[in-house]
Design a protein around this ligand. Structure first.
Ligand code: F6R
Length: 357
């Protein structure tokens, strides 16, 4: 039930800190560390390559998950859109592991891939919010998101739960290979949850950003580099699906290869700057679009902030920044849709689970 909330989406955004803390509890072992079933650790560490298969928001989570797995467990990962994979399958490695990411566990495009790869005898792991869902039942292994029912069509808490579970899987796979992380993931996920709490208390600032940049615009662009690019893709999807503003996410360095032609006087550009190693270059990209008349809204992270930044998220472990940086984008999208009179929880033309191919 949505209780005192006007919309499920807002309620589900606010639930994110609790969901992260619940995931920490569910995946905690007796020694206070994080773990998953030994069968899953073995399956991940036996694989010479991981193929992540997903759609929409879950695909965006997969892009970030690839970074966790490659950086920490050092296993190569490919991320594929399920509807493309079925018809245009890449050459597979000798010992692949397939990871399906699906909030509902019912997405037909993803199931089609599952059926195909099972026929080849490949191992499959599903990361889902719904125990007993089709993808979960038909996979060899399941990891649950423990996010509670997600009712709003626009996915919010499932995305951050997917990132948290992927981070745990990647860390556990790394430990299984005798590698350690440079930080304590349990502790850093706790800090992520606290940062989400802070952001959920700053909705007025995000509503002001929605009014200032998005109340009448036809389009909006999100730019970022590295993981900020992936968060920008998710921010753009959130905005377009509920507010009907044409929104796109671009890699900062790719603008000059064509996209910059779209910039007009006043075009809103939401730029993410949470990653130190690309901070200078993304800020350079902002200058390029500002010189063409764009209206920039820079969202940065404490420690990297500059005077003109519109919003600064709390400081967190940089590799986990996507879990936190997405929250203002979700809230800004919510208010943009609300101000434009859209049906936030049930956007036109969309269904919560897409059970047709
Ligand atoms: C976006 C959204 C969709 C879903 C996609 C996959 O907010 O909800 O893009 O993420 O349809 O759905 P699942 O994760 O259930 O497979």
């Amino acid at each position: 039930e949505k209780g005192t909330y006007p919309h499920y989406m807002l309620k589900e955004i606010d639930e994110q800190p609790v969901v992260i803390r619940r995931i920490i509890e569910k995946y905690r072992n007796d020694d206070g560390g994080l773990t998953v079933d030994q069968d899953i650790i073995n399956a991940v560490n036996d694989a010479d390559r991981i193929y992540i298969i997903a759609a929409g928001t879950s695909y965006h989570a997969g892009l970030v998950g690839k970074q966790f797995i490659e950086n920490w467990a050092k296993i190569p990962v490919e991320v594929h859109i399920s509807s493309e994979f079925s018809y245009n399958m890449p050459l597979l490695s000798e010992k692949p592991l397939f990871i399906f990411i699906s909030q509902s566990g019912e997405t037909a495009d993803s199931r089609a891939v599952l059926v195909q790869v099972k026929e080849f005898g490949h191992k499959c792991l599903t990361i889902t919010n719904v125990p007993g869902s089709t993808l979960s039942r038909e996979s060899d292994y399941t990891l649950l998101l423990h996010a509670g029912p997600e009712i709003a069509v626009a996915s919010t808490k499932a995305y951050t739960a997917q990132l948290a579970v992927l981070s745990i899987l990647a860390a556990v796979a790394a430990y299984g290979k005798g590698r350690s992380l440079e930080f304590d993931l349990t502790k850093e996920l706790g800090i992520v949850a606290n940062a989400m709490d802070v952001l959920c208390g700053q909705k007025e600032e995000m509503e002001a950003i929605a009014s200032e940049y998005l109340s009448t615009t036809r389009n909006a662009f999100f730019i970022g580099r590295s993981v900020d690019y992936y968060v920008g893709l998710e921010g753009a999807l959130k905005l377009k699906e509920i507010s009907y503003i044409q929104a796109e996410g671009f890699a900062g360095g790719e603008l000059k290869h064509g996209t910059i032609a779209l910039i007009e006087n006043g075009t809103p550009i939401i730029a993410l700057a949470t990653q130190e190693h690309v901070n200078l270059s993304i800020r350079g990209n902002v200058k390029e679009v500002v010189a063409r008349g764009a209206n920039p809204c820079i969202i940065s992270m404490k420690g990297l902030e500059e005077e003109d930044d519109r919003f600064v998220i709390p400081s967190i472990q940089p590799q986990l920044a996507p879990l936190v940086a997405v929250v203002p984008l979700q809230i800004i999208s919510y208010y943009a849709a609300l101000h434009r009179g859209c049906d936030v929880d049930k956007p036109r033309n969309l269904a919560k689970s897409v059970t047709v191919e």
